[in-house]
Design a protein. Structure first.
Length: 234
């Protein structure tokens, strides 16, 4: 793992956030992280520097001397992320990082994760919040009863193959245009001013629309959400 033949030699380069992290509420954030830093081999000035660095990363410096018993759930989650970052790991495993948090706390955690991505960290997220996964991840694997049933780049999974969506200007009603031009056989779906067609029919439909002087607002590949992909699989 991480180029090491002995797994234990890679431990300090891996950070793990448990789904239900536990901290001693009698500590302050700074004293707790200082203790955990010492367990990781960071002492004295080096330890203080690492603690201050991770406090800054999770935006807890201002509350670092408050007892953890006064922290909100979102603050405790950010503290747990700070603990995960103490050894400046190269590979992070985050298990349900926003589970049970209020919307603002979820947003804060997502900002932290996004910042870590920009630093070049490799991050493995285990989550049931598929909209969040779609937002944060480059690639995804879907498990069913412990077996990998689907995987790939998020951008590929949410793209519906062989279909495009034509959006007409708001002066047109798609159903009227379809009847007028006689292109029903090429249309998969139509609502309001847009119609969905197969990729094979794209040229024929576009030629018909242009010949009838029907104005087109946009032409886009059809996409779906990661949740749609998941539901289709199950």
């Amino acid at each position: 793992m991480l180029g090491e033949t002995e797994v234990r030699r890679a431990h300090s380069r891996i950070g793990y956030l448990h789904e239900r992290p536990y901290v001693e509420l009698r500590f302050t954030a700074r004293s707790y992280l200082t203790y955990m830093a010492q367990l990781s081999g960071y002492w004295n000035v080096k330890g203080h520097q690492r603690v201050q660095s991770v406090l800054d990363q999770v935006d807890l410096s201002a509350a670092s001397d408050e007892r953890l018993g006064s922290y909100s759930k979102g603050m405790l989650q950010r503290l747990s992320i700070a603990q995960t970052l103490l050894t400046d790991p190269q590979f992070l495993i985050l298990d349900e990082p926003t589970n049970g948090l209020d919307p603002y706390s979820q947003w804060q955690v997502r900002q932290i994760i996004a910042a870590l991505r920009k630093q070049g960290k490799t991050i493995l997220i285990c989550s049931h919040y598929l909209a969040e996964v779609e937002m944060l991840c480059d690639t995804v694997g879907i498990l069913q009863h412990g077996k990998l049933v689907q995987s790939g780049a998020v951008s590929d999974l949410v793209h519906i193959q062989n279909a495009v969506e034509i959006v007409l200007t708001q002066d047109y009603l798609a159903s009227d245009i379809i009847t007028q031009l006689g292109i029903q056989e090429h249309v998969i779906d139509a609502q309001n001013n847009f119609l969905r067609i197969s990729i094979e029919s794209q040229n024929r439909v576009l030629v018909a629309l242009v010949a009838a002087n029907v104005q087109i607002h946009s032409l886009n590949p059809v996409s779906q959400t990661l949740e749609d992909v998941y539901i289709h699989i199950f």
